[in-house]
Write a protein that binds this ligand. Structure first.
Ligand SMILES: C[S@@+](CC[C@H](N)C(=O)[O-])C[C@H]1O[C@@H](n2cnc3c(N)ncnc32)[C@H](O)[C@@H]1O
Length: 211
């Protein structure tokens, strides 16, 4: 029987992950924090959406969510990112953490994915640089996944928009929870060593008739 890692242990392992080699501001290459990643992964695991499941991580970057899903017992994980350089780092991270045998990283625009997944995890671009950059991610997630765990920039307008958009795509939000997320300074224009933003964490289910 698979014994789930304690949350603290998961966070420690995730903290060993190497990040973006050359983070690009216009593509919003920010990494999810270890704490928020562990919250998303543990919540999904508690709902039974990780263990023995086929999990996709859309816009996986260095692979924190993909690798975390493998560590929590996913049957197979696919991490997709348009940036092939960061996928080399993700591969190394997976080797380092001993889960490479259950993860594949694919260099592809998420729009081109045609697979079907049990669970989709994602921390996509928030749309700060390009308005609604998260829309194609939500669209693809609802097309390929039965259940989606997704992070978005917290705002009242954003919640209204996502609620309507998800419903139009045949999804239903089971919960949304605001939480703080620490972002280290990774871009040349960042003045503080670290700052904290507010994010909304969503669980979205595809409605039965659309499955
Ligand atoms: C905010 S970063 C998050 C990275 C990672 N999920 C994490 O949380 O650490 C968003 C990622 O989406 C990728 N991305 C942006 N547009 C994409 C697209 N159309 N197809 C695939 N990946 C894309 C970027 O290269 C970047 O790695």
């Amino acid at each position: 029987m698979f014994v789930r890692l304690p949350r603290k242990r998961l966070e420690i392992l995730l903290s060993q992950i190497c990040g973006f080699p050359e983070p690009c501001a216009s593509s919003e290459q920010y990494e999810i924090s270890d704490t928020v990643a562990a919250t998303m992964l543990f919540t999904a695991a508690t709902y039974g959406d990780i263990e023995e499941q086929l999990v996709y991580d859309l816009g996986c970057g260095p692979g924190r969510l993909a690798i975390g899903a493998a560590l929590l017992g996913a049957r197979h994980v696919v991490g997709v990112d348009i940036d092939s350089k960061v996928l080399n780092v993700a591969e190394q991270n997976a080797v380092q953490l001993g889960v490479k045998d259950r993860i594949e990283f694919v260099a592809q625009d998420i729009k081109a994915i045609t697979a079907q997944a049990d669970t989709v995890l994602m921390n996509a671009p928030f749309g700060v640089q390009r308005v609604h950059a998260d829309q194609p991610f939500l669209q693809k997630a609802l097309e390929i996944g039965s259940v989606i765990y997704s992070l978005h920039k917290a705002s009242e307008g954003g919640r209204k928009f996502i609620t309507r958009f998800v419903s139009e795509l045949g999804g239903r939000i089971s919960f949304v929870q605001e939480m703080p997320m620490a972002l280290p300074a990774t871009m040349s224009f960042h003045e503080k060593k670290r700052h904290t933003i507010k994010v909304d964490f969503y669980r979205i289910e595809k409605q039965e008739e659309n499955v």
